[in-house]
Design a protein around this ligand. Structure first.
Ligand SMILES: O=C(O)CCC(=O)C(=O)O
Length: 271
């Protein structure tokens, strides 16, 4: 484990108390991030007409470009500090807001969407592809909200919402929201029960991030809801064998043959 990316006891305590942690050492230098960004277009070129970067879901299963980022030992060291020694990678999605665009991510708890149990044992790593801040629509989070239970979500009323379900005002303390600010190459970590969201990007700068989701091996996906689910053991041993195992991709760029089930759609059926 690299000493620089091992979480301190204070950082672990902060995460468990607040449901997130920022202020972590960068995963990639500015130069490395420039190279990763320069290598992104061939992945985007695999999108079909009518699709957008939002449709890049679980493409780490077929793209070494994404798989290698998701398995970066520095990222895994941070995750291990929260989840312990045995955990797998199961999801990757881009959240790209182009300059001067109106798309928002409504306030939500990831765990409400996902057919996975137990909750509270999944960490999202949000890797900044750009410098992100209050001006270009970076994420905000409600500290401590992960510890107050899962709140019923309603169908989004925003016309330009990236998600179908979100929380209604008044169901949580929006005035306590913490604004995330990250340099390209840095990450934030958040708990699957933490309330978070992000506003539009009225700025002249792109705001792009890649989310990577990791769960402890005891977490089981309900295959009847998400049949394409694949677990990629990232660290340790899987003593539970709850989930189908994924295989490392062979090519640098590719996309899964399956039409990714939108668990947001499935979740929305509950609303
Ligand atoms: O990128 C964003 O603004 C939101 C990301 C998000 O909702 C998530 O990582 O679960």
């Amino acid at each position: 484990m690299s000493p620089t990316h091992r979480l301190s006891e204070e950082q672990k305590e902060f995460y468990h108390k607040n449901g997130y942690v920022i202020g972590l050492p960068a995963i990639y230098s500015a130069d490395e991030m420039r190279r990763i960004n320069a290598d992104l277009p061939p992945l985007l070129a695999l999108l079909k007409p009518g699709e957008s970067s939002k449709d890049i879901r679980e493409w780490h299963e077929e793209s070494l470009y994404l798989y290698d980022i998701a398995m970066n030992p520095k990222i895994l060291d941070l995750v291990e500090g929260i989840l312990g020694p045995d955990f797998y990678l199961w999801a990757s999605n881009f959240f790209i807001k182009d300059p001067r665009t109106t798309a928002v991510v409504g306030w939500h708890q990831d765990a409400y969407y996902w057919p996975m149990a137990p909750q509270g044992r999944t960490v999202t790593v949000w890797l900044a592809f750009d410098d992100v801040d209050a001006v270009n629509g970076a994420m905000k989070i409600i500290p401590g909200s992960h510890a107050s239970g899962i709140i019923t979500h309603k169908r989004s009323t925003q016309t330009d919402s990236v998600l179908l379900l979100e929380l209604e005002g008044g169901s949580f303390r929006e005035d306590t929201a913490v604004q995330f600010t990250l340099k390209a190459g840095e990450v934030s970590l958040h708990d699957d029960r933490a309330v978070h969201g992000s506003p539009a990007n009225p700025s002249d700068r792109r705001r792009a991030g890649l989310t990577l989701r990791y769960s402890t091996t005891e977490v089981k996906n309900d295959l009847s809801v998400n049949p394409n689910f694949k677990a990629y053991l990232a660290r340790g041993v899987d003593r539970f064998h709850h989930n189908p195992e994924g295989r490392k991709p062979a090519q640098r760029y590719g996309r899964p043959a399956f039409k990714a089930v939108s668990v947001e759609d499935v979740g929305a059926a509950k609303a």
